[in-house]
Ligand binder design. Structure first.
Ligand SMILES: Nc1ncnc2c1ncn2[C@@H]1O[C@H](COP(=O)(O)OP(=O)(O)O)[C@@H](O)[C@H]1O
Ligand SMILES: Nc1ccn([C@H]2C[C@H](O)[C@@H](COP(=O)(O)OP(=O)(O)O)O2)c(=O)n1
Length: 243
């Protein structure tokens, strides 16, 4: 039997759009009794805030300034991961196609990334100080935000599988029309996002899991297997070879 995970633990999960990050991360957090942070929701909330405040997304300095002051509150309960702006629940608002279409403009702003990086690290630190740990998902968690996480996973899936999942989610079908409508929200967005983060190939020490031909339950089980077989840090080889 593998070594059990010893708290506090950070499970970092990255991957492209539709690879299963959000749904799998929430399920893993619930199963292991950990909290959950959706870092994509932070970029989405900032994009929504800028749209509502009339801040030009092309004005890099203005958007960076907004990222320092916008009234964001992130919930970390995996059963109900709420996102609030100025006290109002914006969970559904940040996932509209309007926000999805522009969020990469905010996420590719390097000033914004530096500001949100500190917020994300603070939330991880708090979770580790006050509980057994956290599952954090995004594009650069395994590489930039928490490269020292006890468990690091990159979820991937073929473009075809990812498009079909998103189309089914949005249009309840993956017919040709739905796939075409989803293309911009998945493929174009990933191309843009990949200019500032590397999330198509696992970095050194990161376990890659291809979910293309897995069911949702199998994807969750695969990540739980990786988590449960991660040896405590002090028992790992210097090059992380036993991850
Ligand atoms: N094998 C699978 N692994 C993960 N998610 C899957 C799988 N098959 C279908 N899905 C579905 O794909 C959709 C996209 O998953 P999501 O977690 O939103 O991805 P991401 O956060 O990476 O964009 C969800 O509706 C999810 O339930
Ligand atoms: N750590 C992160 C998380 C998300 N992003 C970007 C990538 C996406 O365009 C947006 C929204 O991310 P989100 O994970 O919600 O996207 P999807 O679940 O794939 O639709 O933010 C990022 O650049 N870095």
């Amino acid at each position: 039997m593998s070594q059990p995970l010893e708290p506090p633990v950070t499970i970092a999960i990255d991957g492209p759009s539709g690879s299963g990050k959000s749904s799998v991360s929430k399920a893993v957090a619930r199963e292991l009794g950990l909290t959950y942070l959706d870092t994509g929701a932070m970029f989405r909330a900032l994009a929504l805030w800028c749209v509502r405040e009339g801040i030009d997304l092309a004005d890099q300095d203005a958007v960076e300034q907004a990222s320092r002051t916008f009234p964001l509150e992130m919930g970390t309960d995996p059963a109900a991961p709420a996102v609030h702006l100025a006290g109002a629940d914006v969970g559904p608002d940040i996932r509209t196609q309007e926000v999805s279409a522009v969020v990469s403009r905010v996420a590719t702003n390097l000033g914004v990334r530096a500001v949100l990086r500190e917020l994300q690290r603070d939330l991880i630190r708090q979770a580790r100080e006050t509980g057994p740990g956290i599952v954090v998902e995004g594009r650069d968690i395994t590489t930039v935000i928490a490269p020292d996480a006890e468990v690091r996973v990159l979820l991937t899936a073929s473009e075809e599988a990812r498009l079909a999942r998103r189309a089914k989610e949005l249009y309840d079908t993956a017919d040709a029309q739905a796939l075409a409508a989803t293309h911009d929200l998945v493929v174009r967005r990933d191309q843009d996002d990949a200019t500032v983060s590397a999330f198509f190939e696992p970095a050194d020490g990161v376990v890659g899991i291809d979910t293309s031909s897995l069911t949702f339950a199998q994807s969750v089980a695969a990540v739980l297997d990786v988590a449960r077989s991660a040896a405590p840090q002090d028992q790992q080889t210097p090059d992380g070879g036993d991850r």
